[in-house]
Design a protein around this ligand. Structure first.
Ligand code: ADP
Ligand code: ADP
Length: 231
């Protein structure tokens, strides 16, 4: 659990022709309090994913700063940033069962078997997958696969959880159900979360704070009720 500040955060891409540059994210300033659930909302191409990937460290920063609890993290590699990302494509390991998918990061950290087992089982319980630890990913529904992805991110106990349109591969009904689940889990553990979506109702249902982006800039910031009062 940590606060996040983006100061004049900027991403400039060189255009495909190599003749010019393009500002995908244009000097944005964002304040996210510890434990807050914030969504980045806006149309395709407005710079949401690029912003998220800069926070995660998957994407270089052209200008500006990212602060985690007041400490600059620009230069840190993704594994040092104390954040975990949940992807749209669940990116599960197809040949690992649920248990091994969730425990993967802990095994990498060389944690002992007993600790891994406790942590993984607690996490499967939290996301509602108790009893499914030996299923393979292809034996799970889309919603269940997304729960595994969520458990895999959470088991590392990051300070920050990042979501890149995690529900867009699910059907409409499941999408509504899963967003409630995500919010419940987030509130239970109080983890700071940044969630990218182009779906307005999803942003409204999930967030403490909605940040509306357009053309690489921030257009509006507010609580769901504040945002709703604008035309
Ligand atoms: P969003 O997530 O809001 O759909 P993105 O952050 O993915 O938007 O992209 C913002 C803009 O940056 C888009 O116009 C996109 O085409 C452009 N862009 C994204 N990645 C690259 C890249 N690797 N090279 C050049 N332009 C890119
Ligand atoms: P879009 O935002 O256009 O729907 P994706 O979300 O599939 O596209 O991917 C956006 C970016 O995230 C791409 O640069 C892709 O390479 C990267 N990406 C997607 N999934 C993963 C993953 N599991 N690990 C690392 N990078 C990923």
């Amino acid at each position: 659990q940590a606060s996040i500040q983006l100061k004049n955060l900027t991403k400039e891409y060189v255009t495909h022709e190599g003749t010019g540059t393009f500002l995908a994210v244009d000097h944005i300033n964002v304040d996210i309090a510890s434990g807050q659930f914030v969504t980045l909302l806006g149309p395709s191409g407005c710079g949401k994913t690029t912003t998220l990937r800069m926070i995660a460290g998957f994407e270089g920063i052209s200008d500006g700063e990212i602060l985690l609890d007041g400490v600059r993290i620009n230069e840190l590699t993704p594994d040092k940033r104390d954040s975990s990302m949940v992807f749209q494509s669940y990116a599960l390991f197809p040949h690992y069962d649920v248990f091994d998918n969730v425990g993967y990061g802990l095994v990498n950290k060389k944690m002992d078997k007993k600790t891994i087992e406790t942590k993984v089982m607690n996490m499967l319980d939290l996301v509602g997958l108790k009893g499914m630890e030996h299923r393979m990913p292809n034996q799970l529904s889309g919603g269940q696969q997304q729960r595994v992805a969520l458990a895999r991110a959470l088991v590392m106990e990051p300070a920050v959880l990042l979501f890149d349109e995690p529900l867009s591969n699910l059907d409409a009904k499941l999408r509504v159900y899963m967003r409630t689940e995500i919010r419940k889990i987030q509130q239970r553990i109080g983890i700071t979360s940044v969630y990218v979506t182009h779906d307005q109702s999803e942003a409204m249902a999930l967030s403490d704070k909605v940040i509306i982006m357009n053309g690489g800039k921030i257009e509006q910031v507010g609580s769901p009720t504040e945002i709703y009062q604008y035309p």
